[in-house]
Each structure stands twice: as structure tokens, then as C-alpha cells.
Ligand binder design. Sequence first.
Ligand SMILES: Nc1ncnc2c1ncn2[C@@H]1O[C@H](COP(=O)(O)OP(=O)(O)OP(=O)(O)O)[C@@H](O)[C@H]1O
Length: 362
Amino acid sequence: MIELSDVRKVFPARRTAGEVVALDGVSLSVSRGEFAGVVGPSGSGKSTLARLVNLLERPTSGTVTVDGRVLTDLDAAGVREARRSIGMIFQHFNLLDSRTAAGNVEHPLELAGVGRTERRRRVADLLDLVGLADRHESRPAQLSGGQKQRVAIARALAARPSVLLCDEATSALDPASTTGVLELLRQVRAELGLTVLLITHEMSVVRAVCDSAVLMSQGRVVDGGPLTEVLARPDSALAAQLVPAPAGPETGDGALVQLTVTDATPHGAVLQTLTAELGLSVEVVGGSVETVAGRRFGRLLLRVVGDDGRLDPALARLRAGGALVERTAAGDPRPQSDADDGPRPDREPDVQRLADAPDVQR
Ligand SMILES: Nc1ncnc2c1ncn2[C@@H]1O[C@H](COP(=O)(O)OP(=O)(O)OP(=O)(O)O)[C@@H](O)[C@H]1O
């Protein structure tokens, strides 16, 4: 379990006088065994948030609790000990080039003082778990990106953590390796009962593996929740990024109506009501369907032509019956996300990425 309560992180600005508010009162709760995503534009505070969970950075104020332990109350020795239950993987793997795959996985066990026989046994089990049973002696330079990340996952799991933090863990991988690593993360989450917090800028990653997600903007959590709930909210900025609304035609007769399709909503009845009951002509002019959190989710854009006066009462009635329908404007059917806001005015362009930070696991 991970709990952040009203966390604020202020850095002194690197190049100018003044400060940078990286996190501005963030509260977040991730249940045991949950796979949670953190998304948001560059500079929104995602990496800072990840670094706070294992106290690589101390918050300026607020509390961080992991598995019931308030990390922000611990002294340095307590934090070091607590970090053993928090594994972390990075975009650029952070493997030791001079060591073999087995040597990399073994390293945290050496640091923890685990005996040689037990170390060897655990390394073999871990490399087996990540599908690299035949690559014990390979050095990082001899491995593909996906294989390197598998070694990093095995290393992160060596201390038997209860929480795994993934910071852009698939951003440097090709699509096939990304799929493989994400499947592995789902698998280890299920087998080991891990709580996973995954920082990413890729919505496809969230769609593929997360149960829940938060959207960050300018150091704040601006939207979030279980994905199935988020997607059913018509005004959700996060939903708009997960499954972007189809662009509507610029011109044409009639009204545009957006119909959100989920496993649980009666979308078939909407089409039937509009056509058969109201005698309106309905044409699908755009749409997309995705699998999110293992469920089908889509948005259809309908052009509805006929007696316009009958449309709004019909939509209200359909909504009352659980359908997710709303009138929308051409070309701009949903509230737009802030993903393209560009950098914050106070953003420092060359902030050191978490991937380059000292790796506590090494
Ligand atoms: N050590 C630091 N010193 C000064 N400012 C920092 C430091 N770390 C982060 N920041 C600033 O805090 C803000 C949030 O940065 P952070 O790296 O957490 O964002 P992010 O969402 O992870 O972005 P990206 O996706 O580009 O990595 C940015 O304005 C950044 O410049």
C-alpha cells in the first residue's frame, strides 16, 4: 500500500533565483496489489512523485506511508531499511556493465548480507522468473533492451519488495519488448502480490496494464481513479487522454452526439431509441474502440438528423437509463487534455532525470 498525503516538494531553482514547486499538495492512495499509473505532461511532477515514494527525495511537507510505515517519520537508517521493501526500475535500466546478468541480480543481495548459497539460489529463481534462465553469464552489452529491463526487474525483486516503482520503464524499448516487459510486470504483480506504481507518458502503457491512474498537471493530481470509473465519466480529462474522442466533421446537417461505449452501458439501446423510437436518422461519423484494463471501451461520434427538439429530451432519458451520451461540437467533442500545454514557465530544461539519479538498488 502506498499513501501520499498532501505532499509538497519545492526545489531551489537551478539556474535562477527562486523556487520550483514540483509537487503542490499531492494526495494519492494505491491499494495493496494494485497496478497504478501516473501520467501527465513533461514537468508535471511524475518523477518527483516516484522519488518521494522511496524517499530518494524528502517532501518539503506532507507524509509518505508505505505498507503502513510512515517513511517521512523515519531517520536515515530507518529509511534505508524501509527501502528494501520498495524496488525500482528505470528507463535506462541502470545495470552495472562490468557484471553479468546474474551478477547484477546478485548485487543487492550481497549488499544485504545474504549468504552465497542463498544468493545463488535466489538469482537462479529470479532469472528464471523473468525468462532469462539461459542468460546468467551475459553482460548488459550482450543483451537487448528488453532483456536488460528483465535483468533490472529481477534485480529490483531480489530483496523481495512489496512495492515496485517503474519510472518510464518501457520508454526506451521497441513495441515488442514493451509488450513483453509489461506482460512480465503483470505476471510478477500477480505472482508476488506486488503493489506497482508506474510512471509513464505513454497512454498505451496505462491502457495495457493499469487498474487505476492519476493525471498530473503542474505538480497536482487533476484527475484519477480506477480506470473503469474514469472512463465512464464524460468530463474526465484522463479518459480523454486514454481514449481520445474522435474528431468530428467540420460541416454537415444535424447534431453531433458522442456515445461512450463500455461493457456496462446500454449503448445498443441508444441507437435503437434514436432511430426506431424517435425517427431520427443516425450515422456513425467517427469512433475508436480500445481495450482498457482488460475491458472494451470506445467512443462513437454520431450525426443525428431529424426533429432537433426531440433530441435533448431523448438524450436526458437515455442518460437517466445509464447511457453515456452527450451533445458535442464538431471537431472538439471533448474537453481537451493539457498534455500539449508545453513546458511550465518555471520548468528547468535540463533537470536530471530519475534514470540518471543514483540507484539505491545498486
Ligand atoms: N532536483 C531538482 N532541482 C530543481 N528543480 C527540479 C528538480 N527535480 C525536478 N525539478 C523540477 O520539478 C518539476 C517537475 O519535474 P519532474 O521531473 O518531476 O517532472 P516529470 O513529470 O517527471 O517530467 P518528465 O516527464 O519530463 O521527466 C520540473 O519543473 C522540474 O524542472
